[in-house]
Design a protein around this ligand. Structure first.
Ligand code: NAD
Length: 378
C-alpha cells in the first residue's frame, strides 16, 4: 500500500509519497515528478548515522534506474542542532562544487529534519537555487519537517545560545518520499519525538489522528512493534493536516502560523537546552505550556489543559523541564526580552474542543505562565 498526497505551494506542486519499502523506487518517483527526466548529477546529503543503510538504498535506486548514467556524489552530516549551522552549510556547498553540480543537478536529502532543513537550504542557495528531493527518515520529518518548503539553519546568538532557523528560505522540494521501513531503525526516543507533531495536528484539525498514535490506549511502549500499514495511515493523516494548511497560506502570512502551536515555547527550550531535547520533545513541552497559557487566558478550561498534559505524559513525554530553568532566561533565549516583547508577541493558543487561535500582541505574562507550568522558575 502506498499513499500519495500533493504538496501545493502557490503554482508549484510536489508529490508526497508514503509507503513501506519504497526507497528502491525513489529514482522512478523523482523522474516522474521531474517530467520524465533524470537529473544530470546527484549529491546525496545523508545523516551520517544512516549513510550506509537507508541512504545507500536511495543511491542503489538511482544506479539501477539510470544504469549508471547519473553521476552520484555524497556528503554526510552529523545531525545535531549545534551542527545545523553555517559550517555544515559550507561543507555541503563545497561538496556540491566538487561534484560540479550544475543547474540540472539535484540534491537528495536523506535523514531527519536537521538534514532536510540544511540540505534544502543548500539547494535554495547553490547556483541561486537548484532542485532537491526530501527523503525523511524520522517520523517527525515525515509528518512535519520535510513538508511545507521551509528550509534553513541555525545562527549563533550573542548569549551563546542557538538562534533556531534564523537563516532560511522557502524552497519546496521536487518530491518527498517517506518510507516507513526507515522508522524501524529509529531509537524509541526519536520515534516518539515525532508523535508530538502528530498530536499537535490532532489538536489542531483532525481528531482521528490521536487514536492511531502508538500506545493511545495506555503508555507508549518502546518495544511495541511498528505496524507498517497503521504507520502509513498515521503519517498520511498527519501530513495532510500540514499540507492543507500550507496550501492555504504557503508563506505564513496568517493561517500557517497555527502550525507553530507550542513552538514559541519549544524554541525557547531548544535554544537554551539545545542538545538535551529532540525537537519533538521540546514541542511536547511547548504544547503543555501553550495549553496552560490558554487556560489562563480563558480559552480553555483548566481541566482540558490538564488532559492534554496527561495525554502527552502517557505517550512518554517529559511534561516538566528536568532541570532548573529560569523564566527570564528562556524568554531571552527565544529572542524575546521585555523590550522586544512589547506589542510583538504572537502566541498560538489551543481552544477547547480543538483548533487554536492566533493571538497577536499577546500579553507577555501568558508566555511566562506557560513557562512556569512546565517547571521554569522566576
Ligand atoms: N522545515 C520545517 O518546516 C521544520 C518543521 C519541524 C522541524 N524542523 C526541524 O527539524 C529538526 C528536527 O528533526 P528530527 O526530529 O527529524 O531530528 P533529527 O534530524 O535531529 O534526527 C534525530 C536523530 O535521529 C537520527 N536518525 C535519523 N533518521 C534515523 C533513522 N532512520 N534511524 C536511526 N536514526 C536516525 C539522527 O542521526 C539524529 O540523531 C529540527 O532542527 C527542527 O527545527 C523543521
Amino acid at each position: 500500500m502506498t499513499r500519495e498526497l500533493v504538496q501545493r505551494m502557490g503554482s508549484e506542486s510536489a508529490p508526497v509519497i508514503i509507503g513501506s519499502g519504497i526507497l528502491a523506487s525513489v529514482a522512478g518517483h523523482v523522474r516522474r515528478a521531474n517530467g520524465g527526466k533524470n537529473p544530470s548529477k546527484i549529491l546525496i546529503v545523508a545523516d551520517e548515522s544512516i549513510a550506509a543503510t537507508w541512504a545507500s538504498d536511495v543511491e542503489k535506486s538511482w544506479r539501477n534506474d539510470s544504469h549508471g548514467a547519473v553521476e552520484i556524489s555524497h556528503v554526510s552530516i552529523c545531525a545535531t542542532e549545534s551542527n545545523k549551522c553555517a559550517q555544515t552549510w559550507s561543507k555541503v556547498m563545497d561538496a556540491a562544487v566538487r561534484a560540479n553540480l550544475d543547474r540540472q543537478g539535484l540534491i537528495v536529502a536523506v535523514g531527519g529534519g536537521i538534514v532536510t532543513d540544511i540540505a534544502g537550504f543548500c539547494a535554495a542557495t547553490y547556483l541561486r537555487g537548484i532542485a532537491w528531493v526530501a527523503v525523511p527518515t524520522t517520523l517527525l520529518g515525515m509528518v512535519d519537517a520535510a513538508l511545507g518548503g521551509k528550509t534553513g539553519m541555525n545562527l549563533p546568538l550573542a548569549n551563546g545560545g542557538i538562534g533556531k532557523n534564523l537563516a532560511g528560505a522557502f524552497w519546496p522540494p521536487l518530491a518527498v518520499i517517506c518510507d516507513t521501513l526507515a522508522l524501524t531503525s529509529l531509537p524509541p526516543r526519536i520515534f516518539r519525538a515525532g508523535l508530538a507533531e502528530c498530536f499537535k495536528h490532532s489538536m489542531l484539525v483532525d481528531r482521528s489522528i490521536e487514536p492511531l498514535l502508538p500506545g493511545a490506549s495506555g503508555s507508549y511502549q518502546s518495544s511495541e512493534p511498528v505496524d507498517q500499514w497503521k504507520m502509513i495511515d498515521l503519517i498520511a493523516r498527519s501530513a495532510a493536516v500540514k499540507l492543507d494548511i500550507v496550501a492555504a497560506d504557503p508563506r505564513e502570512a496568517n493561517q500557517r502560523m497555527l502550525l507553530n502551536l507550542g513552538h514559541t515555547f519549544a524554541h525557547a527550550i531548544e535554544s537554551q537546552f539545545s542538545d538535551e531535547f529532540f525537537h519533538g520533545e521540546a514541542v511536547a513541552l511547548g504544547l503543555v505550556a501553550a495549553a496552560s497559557a490558554s487556560a489562563a487566558s480563558g480559552a480553555m478550561a483548566p481541566a482540558d489543559a490538564s488532559a492534554i498534559r496527561d495525554r502527552l505524559a502517557a505517550l512518554g513525554f517529559a511534561v516538566v523541564l528536568p532541570q532548573q530553568a529560569n523564566v527570564g532566561n528562556l524568554e531571552k533565549s527565544a529572542g524575546f526580552d521585555k523590550k522586544r516583547l512589547a506589542g510583538r508577541l504572537t502566541l498560538i493558543l489551543p481552544k477547547a474542543g480543538g483548533g487554536a487561535d492566533i493571538v497577536r500582541q499577546a500579553d507577555p505574562e501568558l508566555l511566562r505562565i506557560g513557562l512556569r507550568a512546565i517547571g521554569a522558575v522566576d
